[in-house]
Design a protein around this ligand. Structure first.
Ligand code: DAH
Length: 369
């Protein structure tokens, strides 16, 4: 029995001295496991005379439960200790400044999109969104381009079979929109004048070279009210170009042109300086075409359910990708859609530079880039 007391002291002091859960468990196994000290002693009881067996058996049972309790108590202490250590080493300091290098980049097309929305938003335009898959009424017919109209050949259209159970029928086929101009009609169908919207979005044509890709981006603009004139169109687009290129003055000119959905129609050019290595917007004597525009054709107003004797309007359409190439000096349009991370790192924008008319559009000195 004296031996039991010293054994108990020995075991309990080992338990109390243990500093981690693994060590504690090793002690448990060495004492209470299948071949543990106490287990072995219990196994030996059978060989003893009855009285000794009873006395030692009782002592061993008490010792066993004391050891079990001590292990349990020490386990709780060590678990608490381990948790506290984890909490102190794994803290996150939320007050640290953000990392200077942000991983993601905003694609130049998204950036220009934001800039265009910021400028026209400031002028009081709403943003209208519409479907990429369009019917021929909205993409062509309602825009004064009936089926036999030669202007349909101006655009290399992708047609879609809208009923796979029937053979392809050119007259009823859907198209993936060749321009955003269909949004003029969709807007008029929903809303009576005054109308002041831009409709940015994806457009598609069967075309592929350094300045054409099968999918590209346009922004349509439409303003309709009583007494809208060509002067409003010119003022609006001039203000837009100055804001967009972040210049106080910019030379512009309008050339007469032809679009079926506007009358009169024009193309807008901006003045620039072209050298072999540089394109400087707003200087020199070269002209660069930037958009198509005009006064909305009466037939288009009628198709949209608006009385052309009461209302007039102007419309314009510009290419977002082309604007991105000009503003940020990107030579080949095809690279826009190659998903090359190195390209995006070079031409992309940090996500925290939000475009706004008050905070700055491009936040990088615009053309100085
Ligand atoms: N839809 C024309 C195109 O894709 C662009 C355009 C020209 C839109 C004149 C207009 C406009 O609204 O008035 O080439």
């Amino acid at each position: 029995m004296e031996n039991l007391d010293s054994l108990k002291n020995e075991i309990l002091s080992k338990i109390n001295a243990s500093t981690d859960l693994k060590v504690l468990d090793d002690i448990r196994v060495s004492v209470l496991g299948k071949k543990g000290q106490i287990t072995e002693m219990m196994k030996g009881l059978g060989a003893l005379p009855l009285e000794e067996k009873i006395a030692l058996g009782k002592g061993l049972n008490i010792l066993k439960s004391e050891v079990e309790n001590a292990i349990e108590a020490q386990k709780i202490i060590l678990e608490d200790k381990a948790l506290n250590e984890k909490l102190t080493t794994e803290t996150i300091d939320v007050t640290l400044p953000i990392r200077p290098e942000t991983q993601g980049r905003i694609h130049p097309v998204s950036k220009i999109y934001e800039e265009v929305v910021a400028i026209f938003g400031e002028m009081g335009f709403d943003v209208a969104n519409g479907p990429d898959i369009e019917d021929q009424f909205h993409n062509f017919n309602a825009l004064n381009m009936p089926g036999n109209h030669p202007a349909r050949q101006m655009q290399d259209t992708f047609y879609l079979n809208n009923d796979p159970t029937k053979p392809f029928d050119m007259d009823t086929a859907y198209v993936i929109r060749t321009h955003t101009s269909g949004m003029q009609i969709r807007t008029m169908e929903k809303q009576q004048p005054p109308i002041r919207i831009i409709a940015p979005g994806r457009t598609y044509r069967s075309d592929y070279d350094a300045t054409h890709t099968p999918m590209f981006h346009q922004v349509e603009g439409l303003v309709i009210d009583k007494n809208i004139t060509m002067a409003h169109l010119k003022g609006c687009l001039y203000d837009f170009m100055k804001a967009f290129f972040e210049l106080d003055e910019i030379p512009v000119r309008y050339r007469p042109s032809y679009f079926p959905f506007t009358e009169p129609s024009a193309e807008m050019d901006i003045g620039c300086l072209k050298t072999k290595t540089e394109l400087k917007i707003g200087a020199g004597t070269d002209w660069l075409e930037v958009l198509g525009c005009g006064m909305v054709h009466p037939n288009v107003l009628k198709a949209g359910g608006i009385n052309p004797d009461e209302y007039q309007g102007f419309a314009f359409g510009l290419g977002i990708d082309r604007l991105a190439m000009l503003k940020y000096g990107i030579p080949d349009l095809r690279t826009f859609f190659e998903s090359d991370v190195r390209w995006l790192k070079h031409y992309g924008f940090t996500p925290l530079d939000l475009s706004s008319m008050t905070g700055g559009l491009s936040n990088n000195g615009g053309l100085a880039r």
